[in-house]
Ligand binder design. Structure first.
Ligand code: G3H
Length: 251
């Protein structure tokens, strides 16, 4: 991990979590406040229905809240959607955009992801912009070019002036228990770093690049110690406070 960048571990609860799940936030808060001080920023992105509660109850323990998606518009006739401003109003400081589940299940394009990231920055949120190749793209040797295209299309030009976070999530590693090798992760993160530096100059050197995809208590330490891995975007293992805390502690 690059030492000049403070690491960040974000939990993406996806469509999991009811009000009862706030017990996990309390449990995490108590682990974070009674154990060794975390060396990473800790973010939890719960469903929007409990976002405000997570932001409020996590405040004293340093747990920051994030949304899982936002609409590119500030308001209007968009039934079922949520704006970046609404997330900020509920206490969010971050928002995930362009997660592969949104790209696949909702047909989101790089252009739309970029618009969402712009809306997030406009509302004062830090966008966590996700990129990653499918298994067939990796098998055909296209992983780096696919990710480069997603980065170019999804990160706003203002990405050098506003804080953005990139999350590299190989689609085939999400929820499967499979991960790329350490060498493959390091190579991809180096290529993402190169893209950021070429495009944004100095700010690109300090942009956080998270790894996501089957990060677990067992493999977190190894992955988080790789060059240019500045934290993690954790799905399944963020649902249980104990597992998530183990990953946070692995930084
Ligand atoms: O946003 C999180 C990722 O999709 C990773 O999910 P996972 O840790 O369950 O594989």
């Amino acid at each position: 991990m690059t030492t000049t960048i403070s690491p960040l571990i974000a939990g993406n609860w996806k469509m999991n979590g009811l009000r009862a799940s706030l017990e996990e936030i309390s449990a995490l808060a108590s682990l974070l406040t009674t154990g060794e001080a975390p060396r990473a920023l800790v973010v939890v992105c719960p469903p929007a229905t409990i976002l405000h509660a997570v932001a409020s109850s996590g405040a004293t323990s340093g747990i920051l809240a994030g949304g899982q998606d936002c609409h590119p518009a500030a308001s209007g006739a968009h039934t079922g959607d949520i704006s970046a401003g609404m997330l900020a109003d509920a206490g969010a400081q971050f928002v995930i955009v362009g997660h592969s589940e949104r790209r696949t299940q909702h047909g989101e394009t790089d252009e739309l992801v970029r618009a969402k990231a712009e809306a997030a920055m406009g509302a004062g949120l830090k966008p966590i912009i996700c990129v990653g190749e499918t298994e067939s793209e990796r098998d055909s040797g296209e992983a780096e070019s696919v990710v480069a295209r997603q980065l170019a299309g999804s990160i706003p030009d203002a990405g050098g002036q506003h804080e953005v976070i990139v999350a590299y999530e190989p689609v085939w590693a999400i929820g499967t228990g499979r991960t790329p090798t350490n060498e493959e992760i390091a190579r991809m993160h180096a290529s993402i770093r190169q893209h950021l530096v070429e495009r944004f100059g100095e700010p690109g050197q300090t942009t956080r690049i998270l790894y996501g995809g089957s990060m677990k208590p067992m493999n977190a330490r190894e992955i988080l110690s790789l060059e240019n891995v500045n934290g993690g975007l954790v799905g399944g293992a963020s649902l249980l406070a104990k597992d998530f805390y183990t990953i946070i502690s692995a930084v």
